[in-house]
Ligand binder design. Structure first.
Ligand SMILES: [Zn+2]
Ligand SMILES: [Zn+2]
Length: 190
């Protein structure tokens, strides 16, 4: 597992919005070791952890580079990792980061925080963020070639562009009454 895959576990956790033990088990899959080991305490760890990770993504979207670094350093301190060389096949050695034998919730957080921290060092905090569609709220990693990603998915990008296009069209039609310019936020969902 490389750091990008770990960073993706941060994205997946935030977007899953785990609030209950049932949701937690559904998120990992009923047969996974996480589902079998999870307790209410893990729900709390992951819910709080997701909230703090979301803050980091929000700093990314807002261009608050130092705040993103600071928030990640606090999280790194709270979730120390134990690196370990692993191989699922002979010769296929790679580093796994683990949470020093702690609960599954702490384990997930340790990997997620480490992955996002390395991601920031490799690509910068502008390379992750919160979806620009306010009705969505999902977070994302920006792997685009031109560093311009603002939406979590094609679906949100399209929906938002359609809404903006309609708002512009309406603005043109209603131009004589300039003080009644439509507010984008009140555009009905597509
Ligand atoms: Zn592995
Ligand atoms: Zn979205």
């Amino acid at each position: 597992m490389n750091f990008e895959e770990y960073a993706r576990t941060a994205v997946d956790l935030v977007n899953a919005q785990v609030e209950t033990l049932d949701q937690l088990r559904a998120f990992y899959g009923a047969e996974s070791w996480q589902a079998l080991e999870a307790t209410e305490k893990d729900v709390t760890v992951l819910r709080r952890g997701a909230k703090r990770l979301r803050d980091v993504f929000e700093h990314g979207s807002a261009g608050r580079d130092n705040d993103a670094v600071e928030a990640l350093n606090v999280l790194l301190e709270a979730h120390p990792v134990q690196p370990r060389i692993s191989g699922h096949e002979v010769g296929d050695w790679h580093i796994h980061v683990t949470g020093r034998g702690s609960s599954m919730g702490m384990e997930h957080m340790a990997g997620a925080v480490w992955g996002l921290a390395v991601w920031l060092c490799e690509f910068g905090s502008a390379r992750f963020g919160v979806c620009a569609d306010e009705r969505c709220g999902n977070v994302y990693l920006d792997t685009s070639s031109n560093c311009c990603r603002r939406f979590c998915s094609e679906r949100c990008a399209t929906r938002s562009h359609v809404a903006a296009h309609r708002a512009r069209k309406r603005a043109v039609i209603e131009e004589p009454a300039a003080d009644l310019a439509p507010d984008l936020a009140t555009t009905s969902p597509v």
